[in-house]
Design a protein around this ligand. Structure first.
Ligand code: ADP
Ligand code: MG
Length: 384
């Protein structure tokens, strides 16, 4: 029965047969925090059948069937994770498929979205004991590469950047802000460190260090600013001689994004949106909501250029890419408004269609002369 349930959950292969794919949208409910309990919070979220989610002022007890009658408060997603779901389960359902695709040269992106304190960083980075999607994805990637090590040469490179207050920074090598440039492959951050990764062990340490470099509010030096977006990009390059006659070159890119807190920034109506724009609260998140609206409405012009974040996510939102959104929510009725807002945007994101992710692959004829062959071999060896 469990297997059947699994099959019913969303998957990219199923959508790709239609010639286009859509964003897969998942919701993760975190456990009630001690602070919330102490403040007398009650649960206002109920998840049923691994997909259906009910939001009500009070969802205590088992009378959720009654909630079905509450209009506008029922949501259904590709999967809804109850608060008992562990990190591995979240990774397997949301991201494992993308990691496999990246090895085949297709781009993928996963972004965590939700209010501050809803569990975005826990889901993405996690803790040393319970590593999150970023770490599990890289671990899985290395395992898969090891399994195929005989059929070619893989290079894994990491970059970790922050967008804060419309400034882009390198989290692995803090320094001057980075400038975004447009080139053949899309938008790139000039001078960004590409960290060559060899094992999972070093990656967690690296990412934790990177996370400590995220901007903090001057008044709360130990807490990451709720307005900071973090983007981990994992580039996997594969180069091999195929049967001695051809050279295969394949590049896949996986972007894992821990967005800034969505509270206040994403108003659902245009009027509030405009007044927030005036207040310049979080230009990147506002631009993201404008892009989502434009994509959903099928507009020709999508305003990616309005912010650094949307420029960086252009390929992930409207390009040929497998895209996953994980909306994080708190169960507390004290966060009802924020949860409602998050679910509204998650529901809307389901409508976004993206192009099917094609493999970025180049197959060239192997050079014939001996000296050319020697040169190529040397080049391949150098890269290992
Ligand atoms: P955000 O990044 O969205 O602001 P965090 O990921 O920092 O929120 O989560 C807030 C707090 O809740 C942290 O202390 C975190 O460890 C805890 N937390 C979040 N999600 C979970 C979860 N699924 N299980 C256990 N603790 C969680
Ligand atoms: Mg966070």
């Amino acid at each position: 029965k469990k297997l059947q349930e699994m099959e019913e959950l969303g998957s990219f292969s199923e959508k790709e047969s239609l010639g286009e794919s859509r964003i897969l949208v998942f919701v993760r409910l975190r456990p009630m925090a001690k602070k919330e309990k102490e403040a007398g919070a009650r649960s206002c979220v109920k998840i049923v059948n691994r997909r259906d989610l009910y939001l009500t002022e009070f969802a205590n007890g088992n009378d959720y069937l009654r909630l079905k009658r509450l209009r506008g408060r029922h949501f259904t997603f590709d999967a809804s994770f109850p608060d008992t779901t562990n990190q591995q389960e979240v990774y397997s359902t949301t991201t494992a498929e993308l990691v496999e695709a990246v090895l085949q040269g297709r781009n993928g992106s996963v972004f965590c979205y939700g209010a501050t304190g809803a569990g975005k960083t826990y889901t993405m980075l996690g803790t040393v004991e319970n590593p999150g999607v970023m770490v599990l994805a890289i671990k899985d990637l290395f395992t898969k590469i090891r399994q195929r090590s005989c059929d070619g040469n893989h290079t894994v490179q990491l970059s970790y950047i922050e967008v804060y207050n419309e400034t882009v920074r390198d989290l692995l090598s803090p320094g001057r802000p980075l400038v975004l440039r447009e080139d053949k492959q899309g938008i790139v951050a000039a001078g960004l460190t590409q960290y060559r990764a060899y094992s999972t062990d070093e990656v967690m340490a690296l990412l934790q260090r990177g996370n400590q470099n995220r901007t903090t509010e001057p008044t709360r030096v130990n807490e990451t600013s709720s307005r900071s977006h973090a983007i981990l990009q994992v580039t996997v390059e594969y180069r091999a001689r195929d049967g001695g006659m051809k050279v295969v070159n394949r590049v896949g890119k996986l972007s894992l994004i821990d967005l800034a807190g969505s509270e206040r920034a994403l108003a659902t109506d245009q009027r509030t949106l405009r007044s927030l724009e005036g207040a310049n609260i979080n230009r990147s998140l506002l631009a993201l909501s404008s892009c989502i609206n434009a994509l959903v409405e099928g507009k020709k012009h999508i305003p990616y250029r309005n912010s650094k974040l949307t420029q960086l996510l252009k390929d992930s939102l409207g390009g040929a890419c497998n895209t996953v959104m994980i909306a994080n929510i708190s169960p507390s009725n004290l966060s009802f408004g924020e949860t409602q807002n998050t679910l509204h945007w998650a529901d809307r994101a389901k409508e976004i269609r993206t192009k099917v992710a094609e493999a970025n692959e180049e197959i060239m004829k192997a050079p014939e002369s001996d000296s050319d062959q020697a040169k190529l071999l040397l080049e391949l060896q150098k890269e290992n």
